[in-house]
Design a protein around this ligand. Structure first.
Ligand code: VGL
Ligand code: ZN
Length: 195
């Protein structure tokens, strides 16, 4: 697709095999790698190697040690994605596709829950929306973890901001199977395309 970007949400270790390990994470990663290989890579005629022909942006949950979403602080979740720990790292197979400018960290304020990638910032302080607009992106393909939380919130914010939004239904993992199906149905009803 022309004018497209892929947004990979929270494919980080605590959601894969850590404290908040989600159902379907391994398959979601495998399928994401296949998608990247098939759809976002191409031979650059001016270069010798393979490059991404459309940008891949990463959203990463990135909490301080005592974040308000953690059970000890009265929140719903076990501690997860704590800054500086393995649990906060992007899966090693995806990491080579992540560049600093296109990685957006959310949940850094100890007092705020942030499920949407729209609330994240890259190290230069830019938001996902700002960067997508700078890149002149019209179509945004979304995959990641968890369907019911960060994926859904990010996809909905993208739609509200005027992008065409596609969710890769085989590249998702979730906290709860029923919640996953309900979130997919809700997104489809709102005009997000499941592909
Ligand atoms: C998320 C639970 C806790 C998510 C973040 O990004 O989906 N879920 N923190
Ligand atoms: Zn979190």
């Amino acid at each position: 697709m022309k004018d497209s970007a892929l947004v990979v949400v929270d494919m980080i270790y605590d959601f894969i095999d850590g404290s908040l390990a989600c159902q379907g994470a391994d398959t979601a990663i495998e399928n994401t790698l296949k998608y990247i290989d098939k759809e976002t890579s191409g031979i650059d005629p001016d270069d010798t190697g393979v490059r991404s022909i459309y940008p891949i942006l990463f959203v990463c949950d990135h909490h301080p040690e005592k974040h308000c979403s953690f059970a000890e602080q009265g929140g719903p979740w076990p501690p997860h994605c704590v800054q500086g720990t393995r649990g906060a790292e992007i899966h090693e197979a995806l990491k080579p596709y992540a560049s600093e400018d296109l990685t957006f960290f959310k949940g850094e304020d100890p007092a705020k829950e942030q499920y949407s990638g729209f609330e994240g910032k890259n190290p230069a302080g830019q938001s996902l929306q700002e960067v997508l607009e700078l890149l002149d992106i019209k179509n945004v393909v979304v995959c990641g973890i968890a369907t019911e939380y960060c994926v859904r919130n990010t996809a909905e914010d993208l739609l509200k901001a005027g992008f065409k939004v596609y969710v890769l239904k085989d590249c998702l993992a979730y906290v709860d199977a029923k919640g996953h199906v309900e979130a997919l149905d809700a997104m489809a009803a709102e005009g997000i395309k499941l592909i």
